[in-house]
Design a protein around this ligand. Structure first.
Ligand SMILES: NC(=O)C1=CN([C@@H]2O[C@H](COP(=O)(O)OP(=O)(O)OC[C@H]3O[C@@H](n4cnc5c(N)ncnc54)[C@H](O)[C@@H]3O)[C@@H](O)[C@H]2O)[C@@H](O)CC1
Ligand SMILES: Nc1ncnc2c1ncn2[C@@H]1O[C@H](COP(=O)(O)OP(=O)(O)O)[C@@H](O)[C@H]1O
Ligand SMILES: [K+]
Length: 491
């Protein structure tokens, strides 16, 4: 595959437009279908050579067309193949009709398909064209096959997974393997779609990279290629002030651990100096637990304003363990024109005051990153969260636009979106990250990147990626502390 396509995500609508653009440039669309079907047949033979029968389930559109090409190729290679169709095969049109003519065997109705124990199933029922809930007979077939431990190779997408959103349209195959074409689709990465794809192969069927790149809207998988150019590098002239000064705000005496976790993560992630800004009431507790991290008493907004006159304070993390309320709002509003990670309680504090926050971020644009998990996202963006038509990517994009901040919409499929339209989906986070304090560590890593001068989107995307890599390195029994110790070098 062309290297520039490796991290690209394209929606089904963009893919369809690229198909048209390819046809307009003189590329024979049937040859694309043929390449797609051959890739599926090759994957079926390679992955499941022991199958006694390949049962190819073909739908009413071009996904079915790919299935007929695959079935013919499997027979040519000497395999035992049976084809079952949903809908009337005689009603196929265009390339799919031509593909069906390649198939010389019988075509049985889908309803007659009885899975046999040594079957491998090729799912070519619906792909990128799925636009509504699956018809009942297809749902019944899926229910009959899922859970029987049969290998399923999905063509483009497991039938039932919406390629734009990753949501399930009534039911969906749980595939062992998915073969898709030219580039990944959002539904391969967003949950629950991602968990239904099995191993994913992206196959180049011959649409020129320039057409694919021109047709994509800039959706990306989060990899270092997105941000490594912005990463601060150490050299002989480095000194701690050049590596950035990060401030993390602590909660009161009963809630200091979260801020210390963020601070430790910020230091490990490369900030030259880290200070915990603590209320006087919690100074002694924080002092008893800090070594390399410094400590400063900050009790109220006037005290903060005075301290902010020091321009060497590079970035701020506000929210972990801070407490919800008026004080959090006053601190956050004072920091909107600086480099700020607003997390946890910092986000929740604006549930009833969000227009105040968004107006301030619009009027005093600094480098703001907000890191809501699903619950916090719904508190700050209730209308967007409720909209079932939008994908998680589209929700993060809308939230970034209305808040004027870079949004890190967390979860196993974290989406990072900036107000100016940049967006990336993260895919390297292990489930062991679902542990207390893991979000505090993420906030600290992003804070360190901001302190080093990275732009907000790149700081956030790099933070999410390093957090995922640290999770993988720390292993299944990770705690927030071992996560901090596992943060990998940047770049
Ligand atoms: N560049 C490309 O885009 C290529 C696409 N190819 C294949 O073409 C597929 C897309 O083909 P199509 O656009 O024909 O779409 P599908 O084959 O996914 O769906 C067929 C048609 O079914 C109808 N439909 C949608 N949802 C339905 C529902 N719930 N119940 C009943 N009918 C429904 C729609 O009219 C849709 O066009 C891709 O997934 C891929 O497998 C390949 O042939 C190679 C080239
Ligand atoms: N199942 C999962 N797979 C991968 N990453 C996860 C999973 N669950 C949570 N995470 C990540 O772990 C972190 C948890 O953050 P958060 O919900 O704020 O927890 P806490 O408040 O306990 O620190 C986020 O970065 C999130 O993306
Ligand atoms: K499919």
């Amino acid at each position: 595959m062309h290297s520039s396509l490796r991290d690209l995500l394209i929606t089904p609508a963009e893919m369809a437009a690229m198909d048209l653009a390819a046809a307009r440039s003189g590329i024979d669309s049937f040859l694309l279908m043929r390449s797609a079907g051959l890739a599926v047949a090759a994957a079926a033979l390679r992955r499941f050579p022991q199958a006694q029968r390949y049962a190819v389930l073909c739908g009413p559109g071009n996904n079915g067309g790919d299935g007929y090409v695959a079935a013919s190729a499997l027979v040519e290679s000497g395999a035992n193949v049976a084809v079952f169709a949903f809908g009337d095969p005689a009603a196929l049109s265009g390339d799919a009709a031509r593909a069906r003519q390649l198939w010389n065997g019988t075509i049985d109705p889908l309803a007659s398909f009885l899975p046999q124990p040594a079957d491998a199933i090729v799912d070519a029922l619906f792909g990128a064209g799925l636009s509504r809930d699956l018809p009942e007979p297809v749902v019944e077939t899926i229910d009959r096959i899922n859970g029987r431990d049969l290998p399923i190779i999905a063509v483009d997408l497991p039938t039932g997974v919406d390629g734009r959103t990753g949501q399930i349209c009534g039911a969906a195959f749980a595939a062992s393997h998915t073969v898709t074409f030219m580039a990944k689709k959002p539904g391969h990465l967003l949950l629950p779609g991602r968990s239904l794809c099995g191993a994913l192969d992206v196959f180049d069927i011959g649409i020129p990279a320039r057409i694919v790149l021109a047709g994509g809207k800039g959706l990306r998988v989060n990899t270092p290629a997105l941000w490594s150019d912005h990463a601060a590098r150490l050299d002989a002239s480095s000194h701690k002030f050049r590596r950035g000064h990060l401030v993390v705000f602590s909660g009161g005496p009963q809630a200091t651990g979260a801020a210390r976790l963020s601070a430790a993560a910020g230091l490990a992630a490369g900030a030259g100096l880290v200070t915990v800004a603590s209320p006087t009431s919690a100074l002694d507790i924080n002092a008893g637990h800090l070594t390399a991290v410094m400590l400063k008493a900050i009790d109220d907004p006037p005290g903060l304003e005075r301290w902010l006159e020091d321009s060497r304070l590079g970035a701020f993390v506000l929210g972990p363990g801070f407490g919800v309320g008026e004080r959090a709002r006053a601190f956050a509003l004072a920091l909107c024109d600086r480099a700020l990670v607003l997390d946890a309680d910092g986000i929740t504090s604006f549930q009833q005051h969000r227009s105040q926050l968004f107006a301030r971020l619009a009027a005093a644009p600094g480098r703001a990153v907000m890191t809501p998990h699903e619950g916090e996202f719904a508190r700050l963006f209730p209308e967007i969260a409720r909209d079932e038509n939008r994908s998680k990517i589209e929700k993060a994009q809308s939230a970034a636009q209305i808040s004027h901040a870079t949004i890190v919409y967390k979860g196993a499929d974290t989406v990072i979106a900036s107000p100016d339209g940049k967006v990336a989906v993260n895919a390297n986070a292990p489930p062991s990250l679902a542990t207390a304090g893991s979000g505090d560590v993420l906030a600290g890593i992003i804070g360190a990147h901001l302190a080093q001068g990275m732009p907000a989107f790149e700081a956030a995307a790099a933070g999410v990626w390093r957090h995922g890599t640290a999770g993988a390195k720390a292993g299944p029994g990770l705690t927030a502390e071992t996560l901090v110790a596992s943060i990998p070098p940047l770049g």
